[in-house]
Design a protein around this ligand. Structure first.
Ligand code: BEZ
Length: 242
């Protein structure tokens, strides 16, 4: 009898823990406020996103320090970190590794000359999340991959701390840092100019405006003969960038 009670209690406990985990691991969605966290980093304690309010931010997660794909990602990010800085964007990297591991890995990476380029100084912080708190808040743990290592996550967050874009990549595939920069510039362009960016848009290309809501509205727009606008269909209007 005692054994049955103990077994039932254990099953109940394990169900509750799993249920709680399911509740707490959730990917924050576009338009939501970025979840807050405090963590130790290679540059001291970080309170995210509060420390960076008023700036654009990109939060990256990676599976593990001292691994090949992750190493190339950090080096490529460091290669263009000044571009992000000019775009008023703060970079924050995190994983479930310990702080000492991050410190040693950064030291090692700074000695590497990737593709024969000059070595780089890593100016952005690497945050340690050994208790998986941040990973759970940002849905970076995808249980069919791992319950302890993050996937490759990217969250682009605006100056008011709203999530604007999210990407997830598997451990096998390194991210394209130029693509992340391109999306950031597209988001900033939309925010500044109230425009949209077409497929395969690159900075400097023409942009789109919202479709007129009717053919009548489209006719009014056409009648304005704005030299900066041109249309390919009544619902497809471009705005010249140059
Ligand atoms: C890598 O970054 O190379 C890597 C990380 C985790 C699993 C497999 C590869």
């Amino acid at each position: 009898m005692k054994t049955i009670i103990l077994l039932s209690f254990t099953l109940f406990l394990s169900f509750t823990i799993n249920a709680q985990d399911n509740e707490t691991i959730r990917i924050p969605l576009i338009g939501e406020t970025a979840p807050e966290f405090t963590g130790q980093s290679t540059q001291g304690p970080i309170h995210f996103p509060d420390d960076y309010y008023g700036h654009w931010k990109i939060l990256f997660s990676h599976p593990a320090d001292f691994t090949p794909v992750c190493s190339t990602e950090i080096l490529e990010l460091a290669e263009i970190q000044d571009d992000f800085s000019k775009l008023d964007t703060k970079l924050v990297v995190m994983s479930t590794d310990g702080l000492n591991s991050h410190i040693e890995w950064v030291r090692s990476l700074q000695g590497i000359r990737l593709y024969d380029r000059e070595s780089v100084t890593i100016k952005f912080p690497l945050v340690s999340d050994p208790d998986l708190e941040i990973s759970k808040k940002y849905g970076m743990l995808h249980p069919n991959y791992s319950t302890t290592r993050d996937v490759r996550g990217v969250f682009i967050i605006d100056p008011e701390d709203k999530i604007c874009a999210t990407f997830f990549y598997p451990a096998t595939t390194g991210r394209n840092m130029e693509e992340i920069k391109r999306v950031l510039i597209a988001l900033q362009t939309s925010a500044k100019r109230n425009v949209l960016t077409p497929a395969n848009w690159q900075p400097g290309d023409d942009v789109l405006i919202n479709s007129p809501e009717s053919i009548e509205e489209a006719e009014k727009l056409a009648a304005k003969e704005d030299p900066d606008l041109y249309s390919l269909e009544w619902y497809l209007w471009f705005k010249k960038s140059k």
